[in-house]
Design a protein around this ligand. Sequence first.
Ligand SMILES: [Zn+2]
Length: 276
Amino acid sequence: MFTVTQHRLAPPVQQQPSPNFNAGRIIVPRFLVFHYTVIDFDTTLRAFGRSGGNSAHLVVARDGRVAQCVDFNRRAWHAGESRWQTWTDLNTHSIGIEVENLGWLQRRADGRFVSTTDVPVDAADVVEARHKNPGHPHRWWQAYSQPQLDACAELAAVLCAEYGLVEVLGHDDIAPTRKADPGPAFPLTRMIAAGLGRNDPGAEPPAAGALMRVVPTFLNLRSGPSKDNAKVGAPLPQDTWVRRLGLQGDWAQVRIEGATPREGFVWAAFLAPYAP
Ligand SMILES: [Zn+2]
């Protein structure tokens, strides 16, 4: 468990000092703001290390490692033009955490997923979800890893307690027309609960269930996990890809994505791992 000593995490995490903060200026943080990096952990640290760029107080890698770039009582440069309720310029009022994640993804004609930086993402690591803010039409997102979410929850708890923070936010809350991060794959409600002990009735992000494909020529979709249950719409043609949400005996609960998503149960043995 971390503590905070002299505005740094203790025991000390990787120190990657960034020149991108306002020297000679002390802030009193009130908010915690989460972001995603789009680029990888090491590239993020290098970018923050170059003067003239951005910065954040902390960066959390996919494996759960944490690096500190700016002391918590210094004004880091992560929020840009921003507002929360009556507060503006959130850089002056917040601690910023960048979480290593590629953000929204494109699905290519061959079915493969790639980030905006052209990094391929395994289908099992893809979350389909709508963004809460209108104006972000993106549909596919890289899932966050469990180690980094565990680290984020611990950091939220420690920092909210240490600084008496009053809200845990996403960049997409404080700059909703400009920013989509940390996006719908990030469980902000978990961080709010960890930091503030408050369970917001927000929707948890969907789990990144395994992507599977239909093997036989046709496969019936049923409303429950047995042949006695009614069929749900037309049978699924071969090579339909579905998201397996769970297993009940020999049956798999699945969701069929698309313009009119359907959910139901299929005979699990008739699904194979999705391979584009
Ligand atoms: Zn951001």
